[in-house]
Design a protein. Structure first.
Length: 277
């Protein structure tokens, strides 16, 4: 227990990253409510009977009040109506909007402090940094592959800046502007060596063959070399320690001869099947 710790809080988490962090800290007992997406990445919230409520995008004041939290913690994406509902609940609110890995580390530290687990928070951050740096060193001397990674398909949106950092750590070059909308034609002109799809809320169910065909990406280097991948949503879009799993998936995608295939990544079928369909 940290020095100065007084009492446990009742915390409502409106984003999986918050719930994952509380689990990493060993503080899930402070969680009284979370979202269905939190249950996807932290299934123990179901077995422990946590109240399931709406997320940062669709928050409802009545649900928040039913949970009787001392603190609501949320993270992007927000919708102004949802923020109004959170404020309407009249409960203390802590909101995050991370962009970089550095932001993710600071958010973990902040959650740890409010949960009375500052020392454990520092350890969680160090462990995360150590593994990212280990993979970075292992990939340092490989030829760089040009990588396009997307977090949404319609409209097509490139993955967030922290994903660009993970691609760099895995020895790749991130194409496009992180977090920005881009057209399929622009991606085709960039001719990536590998493409990664991690759609928010889609788990690992992105239809790789369909998007390659419909976007006319069949002749790209990525498609012709069968380097088109789906990485489970929570591994790249949840800004928490889950990003380490995303990095392992990217590292395998780019260097399968060096890294073992981890959970949470799926490769496209042979492109001749896509062309024939």
């Amino acid at each position: 227990m940290d020095a100065g710790y007084v009492a446990k809080l009742r915390i409502a988490s409106l984003q999986p990253s918050v719930t994952v962090t509380l689990a990493d800290l060993g503080e899930l007992d402070q969680l009284v409510a979370c979202t269905k997406y939190c249950a996807d990445v932290c299934p123990e919230v179901v077995t422990e009977g946590k109240l399931i409520i709406q997320d940062s995008w669709t928050a409802r004041a009545d649900e928040i009040l039913d949970a009787k939290p001392d603190l609501v913690i949320a993270s992007v994406p927000y919708q102004k109506e949802a923020i109004a509902q959170i404020m309407k609940a009249g409960v203390r609110f802590l909101g995050f909007a991370p962009h970089s890995l550095s932001d993710v580390y600071e958010d973990i530290r902040m959650i740890a402090r409010v949960a009375g687990a500052g020392v454990r928070g520092e350890a969680v951050v160090r462990e995360m940094q150590w593994e990212i740096n280990r993979i970075r060193r292992a990939c340092a001397f490989f030829p760089k592959m040009r990588v396009f990674s997307e977090e949404w398909g319609k409209p097509l949106i490139a993955s967030q800046p922290w994903v660009a950092e993970l691609v760099d750590a895995a020895g790749g070059e991130f194409l496009g502007t992180p977090g920005a909308q881009i057209t399929p034609d622009e991606v085709r002109e960039m001719n990536p060596d590998a493409t990664i799809a991690a759609w928010c809320g889609a788990g690992d169910r992105v239809p790789l063959e369909k998007i390659v065909r419909d976007r006319r990406w069949v002749e790209t280097n990525a498609a012709t070399n069968n380097r088109v991948f789906c990485i489970a949503d929570e591994l790249l879009n949840t800004p928490a320690t889950t990003l380490v799993g995303g990095l392992r998936a990217i590292a395998w995608a780019l260097h399968p001869e060096t890294f073992d295939k981890p959970l949470g990544i799926r490769k496209i079928e042979e492109m001749r099947e896509v062309k024939a369909s």
